[in-house]
Design a binder for this molecule. Sequence first.
Ligand code: HEM
Length: 182
Amino acid sequence: MEAIRLHGTFGSYRTATATTTIPSDTPDQPSISIQPNDKVFVSFVQASRDPSIFPQPLEVHLDRPMSSYLHYGAGPHQCLGEQASKVALTAMLRIIAKLENLRPAPGPQGVLKKVDRGDGFYAYMTEDWGKYFPFPTTWKLHFDGEVPDLPETAEEQGAVGVGGLLQGVRSVVEGIGHSIGI
Ligand code: HEM
């Protein structure tokens, strides 16, 4: 959740049902008046760095309340794949955290190809750099040794241990230049 908070380029559209005003939070920006039927884009990028919700917003803290994240949306159209993707991402991270000497591939292969669209949003390039894609696809990582076998039982799934998992997470997070508060 911290990775998607700091690097996700998500947002959500909603249609306003009432008149409201969003006050300006800096003197150089006007307040925003919203009328019924206006289409409003809510940027998760900006919301994810709100220090009143995420203290020390640029640091990775794995103990933030889950209820503070809004990356799967909210309300009746909240992401249908939320629970499935959380299970899949956790399983994937457990394996990745065990990879030995995990590091970005040398040269251009180890660089995520993306185009800056402003306000923290990016368009990602496909592997052949032929077109844009909404999600990152080009960042290659290297590691030493073999991919560990997939755990088959609940006991084996826990075998890496919380300490090992956190150590793996720490090395990946620090490898991409963030500090981590664990
Ligand atoms: C990290 C992974 C994912 C993220 C961050 C994510 C995020 C989102 C967001 C922000 C929305 C819009 C919610 C809203 O408007 O309130 C959404 C909708 C949706 N997502 Fe995901 N999603 C993820 C993975 C998946 C997966 C794996 C599936 C399918 C297996 C999926 C299926 C859907 C569907 C069907 C909707 C539309 C729900 C509706 O309109 O009622 N998502 N997702």
